[in-house]
Design a binder for this molecule. Sequence first.
Ligand code: FEO
Ligand code: CA
Ligand code: CA
Length: 577
Amino acid sequence: LTRPAHAAGRFGFAPVEASTLDTITLPEGYNWHTVAVWGEPMWSDAPEFDHATRGSADSQVRAFGDNNDGMALFTRDGRYILAVNNEYTNRKVIWGNREEGKPADEDDILKGMLAHGVSVVEIARQDGKWSIVRDSAFNRRITPQTPMEITGPARGHDLMKTAADPAGVRALGTWNNCGNGRTPWGTYLTCEENFNGYFSSSEEIQDQKPVALPEGFARYGIGPKDWGYGWALVDERFDIARHPNEPNRAGHVVEIDPLDPASMPKKRTALGRFKHENAELVVANDGRVVVYLGDDERGEFIYRFVSDGKYVAGGDNADLLENGRLYVARFHDDGRGEWLELTPETTGMKSRAEICIHTRQAASAVGATTMDRPEWVAANPLKAEAYCCLTNNKNRAAKPNAGGDPTPVNGPNPRAANNYGQIVRWAPDNEDHTANTFSWDLFVMAGNPAVHTDAHAGSRNVTEENKFNSPDGLAFDSTGLVWIQTDGNYSSEGDFAGMGNNQMLIGDPASGDIRRFMVGPKECEVTGFAWTPDRRTVFIGIQHPGEKGNSHWPEGGDAVPRSAVIAIRRDDNGVIG
Ligand code: FEO
Ligand code: CA
Ligand code: CA
């Protein structure tokens, strides 16, 4: 494989080297500071974060949530409002003051629950640094307890009805909010990903098998045991033996008005139910709204929603995501592909409601292409094309997730054992995001040219200088450069030798060049982006530093490691990129 010399090209910075240090590494001439940190009070009546106790349920519900992920920045009258997902919590960190990192009491479980959801915070820059404006009227915590309206085809369906909500129209809360989207009408989209890990069953387990799980639970990984959060112990709706329809009300995209703290979030069931990564929205040439959606699980799919209504600048766009058509991608090996619509006729399901609840099964029915874990999708603002990170697939040979399709090697997923991941991109025919056919190619196949000489060395735009694994976060800046964040193996050994901690790189779609811009602290992933309108600050998320116990970022010393949003700026106050 030949390696092109680095074109100075589009990049206004010198690449940074891989690093295993417990800090943020940036190119010369750039600096960073924390903006919002897990447990930081959002109101002045909340206590400062306590490193000994790591807070309580009461302090957490008034503080910035944990494990920040996707985010978006909104402005009003010169004020800046940041909406940030709080995906999950590391139990060994949040309960690290307890024996074996397990909850000691109900308050611990509630503290963990309330660390999830979304934090909406006003931020302001004073003395050169951005920070939370405490007591701002915009500040809001959205948690797994916040009432939400169920909208779209699944609203009111029998599978959405519960004892507490016999009409199936109002759910409580959102959790495991991974990537995000934002709409041109000023709302925030938060995407429910691994919602399954919070449910458990109070029924006996016989022969290691759950008792009579409802149809469709296996495909979503919903089973009798949760992942250790214990929520069913404090709130019985997480007990699937007593409330078997509750999981159907999770796994959706939720639309939030970040500028109206009294507004009720809306679950948009029309966008399908699966392990949503993010929601990348583009307005098509004819004004219809197109949302690209990845389902992050081994062997699952990439989806597209096309609204029935059209976006009108300044018009009433509030419910454009309530009704539309849902499609799933089929990639052909010859570089072409098509969007397959999910309808009762194509899927054999009884109704659109059922398709929007059992979306994975519907997509299997039409013959969608299994993918190597679709993470963020990003659309190029300067060209009709979209990119999706396929983070990795370490277990293709093993059985796919229960009930899923076989996952053979195929065009966009060309490596049998895929430790490194790749980024696929597609260009819709006629430069029209509503077109049902497209052409695709791989923007990059990650790899390690120091360890391999075959396909695992990566595509020719992967070099000793920029190598990385497991692309996850993805976004375009307004100049058309594509920013890539990683959530992968940070051992820097073996197959991953020399890659260092998780990192962020910037790619040029035209030349294919990729250059490393940032390295995160130990054991973190880098996830989430937001730019100020003047592009002199970029906000980036650092999630789960020290998830295995080996970081004290950001405070250092013996501090508890804490996820945080950071601001990156140039020393000369220049435009970033
Ligand atoms: Fe929450 Fe697929 O990352
Ligand atoms: Ca992710
Ligand atoms: Ca990931």
